[in-house]
Design a protein around this ligand. Structure first.
Ligand SMILES: [Zn+2]
Ligand SMILES: [Zn+2]
Length: 721
């Protein structure tokens, strides 16, 4: 019997299958529309949408994942007239084996065998198969508790109509391939990451098989094919080259052509336009949407100005452990307003195409020369300033250019005082003059200071005075990224390649990307314990949290220095000079390389709780913001009420912070909390890490995380997004 076409949403039956997860096969589908055009639809409660997506991913014949290809949102009340199927939220989910086809020219792959070492081909194994399977979830404008699923293309086939992945794909990977599914993105990414990190092949294989068995169960044939797969992928990666063409520019054009999904902006060099390449993989996009929303986005600007052909600009978010995670790379020499605004807008549009309403609460810069007006206009949020870059340059140059240890720490301390004086009313130019007189015999350092800093120091200081300053935790996290980038890129074996953009792109998108991917994966899935531990300890802030308070002794009298006993060897101690300041230095080797070391951070954590110690720069700057607010004249308008309410809420927040901070019996307060505060900003994790990181992301991102009672389910869902 021909099924009738239904014309109103009211006539579509509401279905709510009892299973924890369900798929399209568990629903009955209604034709909705009119005789000329109709869709296959089903109506379910909105809060069961996740259960449907999980179920649809576990399709036995075509196991897959669905990602959000496009999204749109409306606000209630914005439509006066609307049809009964109008959306409040619209999301287009696409099978992750599509929509692109990475075969030549977008056609079906001529041969579905391994594409081995065909020179000039980036290692891009066959995960994008051009699958057309997709559906739309509309949260109804008229009835927000309901979701209408529009699902016309339910088969996992490519545009030619052939099943393109899963065990039914007739000519999958080589002979006998019917028995094994294609490797989905996640397992492939995992395997690639492990290869890039140089993990032994047998360990890679073991994890690879574990991954496949989640889809198709254990099977000897599949295992032997998996072993070939891992081995061949290793060969592909080993032989893959950044040099797609001898000419760098042509090579980059080819790379862009082959990696469209990872490029959010590209402008080739021409007479009128400078070269700009904006790279963001889909995984990075997901991370930016997830961790950047209502949080802080930061930059590591002008990396490699002297050594690379074009400097690298990185955008970072702070992940669930407050570690800096690179979510976009921009390679260009141009920082002209029109150029910057072009790529920034492209990037934000991209995030909003996935998550409408995506918004940043603060943008953290590290260079006073940045176009602050432009940034705050485009992101529509306040700009914060981090001291890490200036601190690092000064310390590195002091260590490099002054031999005497006492002179070193005195110069650094004086520079610190200069910075701290931005609120003190001291005349900067007089203080600077005195500083240069006092250290006039340090000719090397003074030469550097005069050339590199004197012309711009006023500008930097005024930026620090006028913008909120970021915490040491954020500074440490950004520095950790910077150091990692340096280690990966300036490893001596590549000296000849530094002037090639294709090499830089290759390094970023393979090794660096893989390493961050695996770090996050290890943490979220609680696997790869050594990777996970290394990742957690990758910022000096986290390393400082491992030092007990008892290891720190302060020189009581003048507080000139503090001693931190070594945890490994009790007879060893590190000396931190100028404790309680961002400009304190330590005698450990990490600090001597210009880094913010764990000893300095630990000592400062302790100093923040001591009477008579100056507060940190970021706290001082926060106080300034509050004082400024007090001084502002206001009228008696409704705006004032709103601001008052906000301010109270914020003060409440701070009050709780301070209470915790000053309480003698902190234990009683934190007993019920998932987080334990050891000092103002110092957190230690109690209990099992996976639940903690979930708790943190819940706190940080209350809006976007739906709390499910079932952990397993939450984990799976977080991977879908
Ligand atoms: Zn598919
Ligand atoms: Zn140190």
């Amino acid at each position: 019997m021909e099924m009738a076409i239904v014309e109103s949403v009211g006539s579509i039956p509401l279905q709510d299958p009892p299973e924890e997860e369900f798929s399209s096969a568990d629903l009955s589908w209604t034709k909705f529309g009119n005789a000329e055009h109709h869709d296959e639809v089903a109506l379910i409660p909105y809060d069961r949408v996740d259960a449907f997506i999980v179920g649809e991913c576990s399709n036995v014949l075509c196991p897959t994942r669905f990602h959000i290809e496009r999204g749109r949102k409306r606000t209630i009340g914005t439509l006066k007239e609307y049809k009964d199927d109008e959306y409040l939220e619209y999301r287009l989910y696409w099978c992750s084996f599509g929509p692109e086809n990475y075969g030549e020219g977008g056609e079906i792959l001529p041969s579905r065998r391994y594409r081995l070492n065909t020179r000039n081909r980036a290692a891009r194994p066959q995960s994008m198969r051009g699958c057309t399977c997709h559906f739309v979830v509309k949260r109804l404008y008229a009835r927000p508790s309901l979701a209408l699923i529009v699902y016309n293309d339910r088969r996992h086939v490519n545009t030619s109509g052939f099943i393109c992945h899963g065990p039914l794909d007739r000519d999958a990977i080589g002979p006998g391939a019917k028995k094994i599914p294609y490797i989905c993105n996640e397992i492939q990414q995992q395997t690639m990451s492990m290869i890039y990190l140089g993990i032994p092949e047998e360990n890679i294989l073991e994890k690879h098989i574990e991954g496949i068995e989640r889809y198709c169960g254990s099977n000897a044939k599949a295992n032997s094919l998996a072993s070939q797969y891992v081995h061949k992928l290793g060969m592909i990666i080993k032989r893959s080259t950044h040099e797609l063409d001898l000419d760098d520019q042509a090579s980059i054009r080819m790379w862009v052509e082959r990696n469209r999904k990872s490029v959010f902006f590209h402008q080739d060099t021409s007479e009128s336009d400078p070269f700009i390449l904006g790279i963001q993989t889909e995984w990075q996009l997901q991370q930016m949407v997830r961790f950047g929303h209502r949080s802080v986005v930061a930059t590591d600007s002008s990396f490699g100005v002297k050594r690379l052909k074009y400097p690298l600009f990185t955008l970072l978010v702070f992940d669930s452990r407050q570690h800096a995670l690179p979510v976009a790379w921009i390679i260009t020499r141009s920082f002209a307003k029109p150029d910057v605004s072009k790529w920034l807008k492209a990037l934000i549009d991209r995030a909003r195409s996935v998550e409408p309403g995506w918004k940043v609460n603060g943008f953290l810069i590290d260079d006073a020369a940045a176009d602050i007006d432009l940034l705050s206009e485009i992101f529509g949020c306040p700009v914060l300033f981090s001291l890490w870059r200036i601190r690092r340059s000064w310390l590195r140059n002091i260590v490099r250019k002054c031999n005497n240890i006492e002179v070193r720490r005195e110069i650094f301390k004086r520079l610190g005082t200069l910075v701290y004086n931005i609120w003190g009313g001291t005349n900067t130019s007089v203080a600077l003059e005195q500083f240069m007189l006092d250290f006039v015999d340090q000719t090397d350092f003074m030469e550097y200071f005069k050339v590199s800093w004197l012309p711009k120091i006023e500008m930097w200081l005024s930026t620090m005075r006028n913008f909120p300053l970021a915490s040491q935790e954020a500074s440490g996290a950004l520095e950790a990224y910077h150091v990692k980038l340096k280690a990966k890129l300036f490893d001596d074996s590549h000296l000849g390649a530094l002037q090639r953009v294709d090499w830089l792109v290759h390094k970023l998108t393979t090794e660096l990307h893989s390493s961050y991917w695996l770090d996050r994966f290890a943490d979220e899935s609680d696997s790869f314990q050594n990777v996970k531990e290394g990742y957690i300890a990758s910022t000096s802030w986290h390393r400082a949290l491992q030092i007990p308070d008892s290891a720190v002794t302060l020189d009581d009298k003048n507080r000139l220095f503090a001693k931190v006993a070594s945890q490994k060897d009790n007879s060893l101690a590190h000396i931190v000079w100028n404790p309680g300041s961002e400009f304190s230095s330590c005698d450990c080797s990490w600090s001597l390389q210009g880094n913010l070391c764990k000893h300095v951070i630990k000592v400062n954590m302790i100093c923040e709780n001591l009477k008579g110690c100056q507060p940190s720069m970021s706290f001082r700057s926060f106080e300034e913001v509050l004082m400024d607010l007090r001084r502002k004249p206001v009228d008696d308008s409704f705006e004032l009420d709103v601001s008052l309410a906000w301010t109270h809420q914020m003060l409440d927040h701070i009050q709780k912070f301070v209470e915790l901070n000053n309480s003698h019996d902190i234990g009683t307060i934190v007993n019920d909390m998932p987080l334990k505060w050891v000092s103002k900003k110092g957190r230690t994790y109690v209990g099992k890490n996976s639940s903690i990181s979930a708790a943190i992301s819940r706190i940080r991102n209350t809006e976007s995380v739906v709390i499910h009672k079932k952990n397993r389910k939450r984990k799976r869902l977080s991977r879908l997004r």
